[in-house]
Design a protein around this ligand. Structure first.
Ligand SMILES: [Zn+2]
Length: 139
């Protein structure tokens, strides 16, 4: 019996040690931008979108509060800074959906992927391929 308990205890430790936690947070950001492009496009004129942004985070250990990161903090970092703003004034780069997705991955720790839906059918994604957790195990 003791051997079984010891074996189960070892197994429990191993499972706990190897745990991977993932969260995603989706939010809508209403904002405007105009794009600096090398070709003629109506996107060069100031216009608005209701972007749907999904931020993916993961960790192998939870923080002291038992979370990867509080959903509220993810919202504050992205929605809180961009919503109802002019992205050309708020961000130090040409605010394409791809660049916005990459910025989100850099801004939110521990974010490994961001999806930015600019409009129906138009989605950009950026991933951190140096993220220390194998992305095959993530959502
Ligand atoms: Zn646009």
């Amino acid at each position: 019996m003791a051997a079984v308990c010891e074996k189960n205890s070892t197994l429990a430790k191993k499972i706990e040690k190897d745990m991977i936690y993932c969260i995603s947070k989706t939010m809508e950001i209403s904002a405007c931008h105009n794009l600096k492009l090398s070709y003629e496009s109506k996107c060069s004129r100031l216009h608005g979108h209701n972007w749907e942004v999904t931020v993916y985070c993961a960790a192998t250990e939870l923080n002291a509060d038992g979370m990867v990161i509080d959903f509220k903090h993810v919202k504050e970092l992205i929605h809180g800074r961009l919503d109802h703003g002019n992205l050309n004034e708020l961000l130090p780069f040409n605010p394409t959906a791809e660049n916005i997705a990459a910025w989100i991955v850099r801004e939110v720790k521990p974010c490994y992927k961001a999806l930015v839906k600019e409009s129906y059918g138009n989605v950009a994604m950026a991933t951190d391929d140096t993220f220390p957790i194998d992305q095959r195990y993530l959502i």
